[in-house]
Design a protein around this ligand. Sequence first.
Ligand SMILES: NC(=O)c1ccc[n+]([C@@H]2O[C@H](COP(=O)([O-])OP(=O)(O)OC[C@H]3O[C@@H](n4cnc5c(N)ncnc54)[C@H](O)[C@@H]3O)[C@@H](O)[C@H]2O)c1
Length: 337
Amino acid sequence: MKVLITGGAGYIGSTVCSALKDRGHTPIILDSLVTGRREFANRHAFYKGDIADTTLLEKIFSEHPDIKCTIHCAALIVVPESVKNPFAYYMENVTKSIILFKKLAELGCKQVVFSSSAAIYDIVPGFMVTEQAPIKPQSPYSRSKFMMEMVLEDFCGAYDMKGIALRYFNPIGADPQMRTGLQIQFPSHVLGKLVEVAGAREKVFKITGTDWPTRDGSGIRDYIHVWDLALAHVKAVDNFERAFDKADPSNGSYLVINIGTGNGVTVKELVSAFEMVYGAQINKELAPPREGDVAGAYANADAAKKLLDWASQLSIEKGIADALKWDEIRSSIIQYQ
Ligand SMILES: NC(=O)c1ccc[n+]([C@@H]2O[C@H](COP(=O)([O-])OP(=O)(O)OC[C@H]3O[C@@H](n4cnc5c(N)ncnc54)[C@H](O)[C@@H]3O)[C@@H](O)[C@H]2O)c1
């Protein structure tokens, strides 16, 4: 099956492309390369451009009229940047996605899988969230994700579309075959920072927030191997109609599904796992929480099992090992200026 992947030159989109291709599908990438890499995109059919370029979308669909489904990964994703520049985030992630979804409906591509985020959840006692858990997005970035979930739901109701919003938890690692991985040079998330310290590009790893009501006081997350995350998209594409057949009919033509492992791991536990896989202690210190930090959440992943027949397979240690391996080979794949 041909599948359009917006943001297919990025970290997650490029992994999704490899997973689709390995299972016999044909990914077609639309990406502006604002943060994505040509080295990743060139592995597949690739159109360089903006998701809101409707003329380009017409061209893509005239050249590939058999595209059945769109996976919409393209977005800006840096939370602090979204706080400083909400205009850019609402423009890129909301306004342009609305134009994209409307054009997809007009072009007859009525199956949409949307990259949403667990960052939209409120904190709940015990930290495990089902898809029905309360929503409280805390930044322009996460609000842009929740807005697009609502838009997609309304479009599905009005324009004869079907949509599945996948709420990702915390992706780690790289393609196990090392075709792609995290492309940004200065990562801001926790595993990226650990790799930076191990690679001696940063002096010390700060465990930010040590008084949260978790088992050891550090924040809790659900770290999912990016390959498992990519396979969830393959399942969503393969089982698209079946998911709706299995879901409660009250969901109508729009579904929300958590994509996580179902295991909560604290930052201190992640650091211990990292040191075990890395084979040495790293330089670390305790620090107060950063502005906007929260205690965290982990997934109840039952709906993914029931509706998509998907569950994560790879361990956190495998995610760490693949992140370290990618860090070693990245400069042989990506030519930074
Ligand atoms: N990485 C995470 O931790 C995480 C967690 C939850 C959800 N998500 C979601 O997953 C998706 C992919 O994230 P990622 O980590 O791969 O980010 P990324 O920055 O690596 O990839 C995003 C891609 O979208 C492209 N892009 C951005 N705006 C575009 C536009 N207007 N037109 C065309 N292309 C555009 C970029 O060039 C890039 O290749 C995003 O929607 C993000 O919100 C990511």
